[in-house]
Design a protein. Sequence first.
Length: 678
Amino acid sequence: MTAPIAAGPARPIQNIEQTFPKLTSAQIARIATHGRKRRVEKGEVLIAVGKTIPLFFVVVEGTIDVVQPAGRTETTVMVLSPGDFSGEVSILSGRRSLITLRVATPGEVVELDREALLQLVQTDAELSEIFVRAFLLRRVALIAEGMGDVILVGSNHSSDTLRIKEFLTRNAYPYAAIDPDSDRDIQDLLDHFQFAISDTPVLICRGRTVLRNPTNHEIADCLGFNESVDQTQKRDVVVVGAGPSGLASAVYAASEGLDVLILESNVPGGQAGSSSRIENYLGFPSGISGAELTARAYTQAQKFGADMMIAEGAARINCSQNKSYTIQIQSGDRITARTVIIATGANYRKLPLDNMARFEGVGVYHGASHIESQLCKGEEVIVVGGGNSAGQAAVFLAQAARKVHILVRGRGLAETMSRYLIRRIEESPEISLHPCTEITAVEGDDHLERVFWTTDGSAPEAHNIRHVFVMTGAEPCTKWLEGCVTMDSRGFIKTGPDLTREELAAAKWPLPRPPHLLETSRPGVFAVGDVRAGNIKRFHSSTRRCRSKNGCILSRLSRTTPRRGRGRTTSSRPVRDARLPRALRRTDSTHFARQLEFHDAGRGWENRPLELGGVHRAAAPDDYERHPLRDQVVQVRHDLGRHLDRHASRGSRGEGNQAITVRDGAERWRLHYQCAAR
Ligand SMILES: Cc1cc2nc3c(=O)[nH]c(=O)nc-3n(C[C@H](O)[C@H](O)[C@H](O)COP(=O)(O)OP(=O)(O)OC[C@H]3O[C@@H](n4cnc5c(N)ncnc54)[C@H](O)[C@@H]3O)c2cc1C
């Protein structure tokens, strides 16, 4: 192997204390119990750039250089000394390393394999926080320095350049970009090597392979995004779609120890990933960008051991089997799953104008992220649509654009947009609302140049506006299901109580119980988020219900298999005990749920099966949120909680059988349970 000819200096890294925190000797001792201590010698390569990262190291003695090779030269990113540890997000995702780790002075390290590290971050909260924060900050530093092994050469006026930039950015993959429009030498170079316009943008991948206008799938392939994923293994859960609802499902399912694979046809984050600022999500009072929120969710899913395949969507599903489902992915391979969660969301509708498609990405956009806002700096823009996403885009774009015109067909925004956004729009002098207005034509050459619109049926007016953000509702991404599950007239998937008896009979629903809240007309196939009929198209509703759904999945899996987890041995404990949160173990009374009934006006009391026969120690009403029964009792949990509180306040230990009947609107539920002193 040729030695590098020059070593650059270590670059100053911001936020160094958190990016490279020092571990204490007590923390190192705790880590050592999960791995082994060993000597390392000068020059030994512990991790090589471009190879998957099988190991994690803590320096006990000596020093280790973190270097980024580039051809025959290399840059020293950092020198690790005693108390430092290796790794960035690639170690969680199982992808190839972006850097090389080489011993500078001999010493001793603690060495853990990747599985042991995953197990450690799932069980040790203190170390988990230190590692995950450092891994994320290190990736951010690599991105800020453009220190990947990818160079993108393409015009900022090309929709494919924007597509590739978005793909790399939303996969948190560092890259350097060169725009030939602003660098004449690069254009000459492309001409010299006879790159046609259709060959651009050009992507130099891993410093070696030259890809001409590659698809996202080709880029994922070249960067090895999916190579560590085992496709032969039968999964407990396959989540299709990595928008907020898919990511939330994956986090909750993987954190329960299930073996989870996420399939994403494009990039993680879904629609929310292109949201400039989400302000109506609990816990973020000053808002958070969709990209940041979903990137955190992605890391969280990986932390719990969920696998993800990028740019590799579901193309078909075979639902003729009842106990498992086979999904054919875009490459033609097949993946088997015990349960499937459909989280494929919906796509924005396009305006039905002749040449609109020509300007996709070069004047017509469906998301307003930082990339788009930079393109229309100081210019006038149009936002079409009256929903929250349109309002958000308008408010965000108003920070960069000279003027934002919101075009809506209706008389106003009151019926379609959240009140807080309407107020922002009213208060913003840069934004004008045009009710009863529609675009009739668009014009331009390589880029959109002119837009014609009509108001209240008047003659079309021409406006020299080069950027239109179309946010006019969405169509569900359900074509790949080919009628496997029951849908409504618009193609959204029906679940749980929305499925009528006739629909279940037509779908040949095979079980004595009705479908769970988010279960489709196929047992074990669930639908969440925007793709589900009746779901309000909001981020919080996409993520909120995923929690309760996992109870149903667990109950389905509990009948067929013990829970498993990557990096964990198969648990011999019953599912219900293993998943009881610590809060539930504090209480002094024990409630054994025995039977749940639902009152139907025509048929009287009907038994609703208790899938887990759940043992539950209830301390507070909200514990029912986490109870295995929660899907059945979610409507009644507050009343039930009050009842249990009264029960507790009377000092009763309540041995023996008890029942509670609760009304929820026209519905009546009755829960039989047994209380026993500890
Ligand atoms: C610009 C913008 C701003 C918004 N702002 C807000 C806001 O402020 N507040 C709010 O509450 N909501 C907001 N929303 C709406 C919110 O983002 C959506 O409700 C939410 O993203 C829906 O999540 P989801 O996971 O159901 O679907 P999506 O986010 O649409 O994700 C679906 C995912 O599935 C993938 N997929 C599709 N088909 C397949 C397949 N066959 N195989 C594999 N993968 C597939 C897609 O590529 C996508 O990644 C905004 C939306 C946009 C576009």
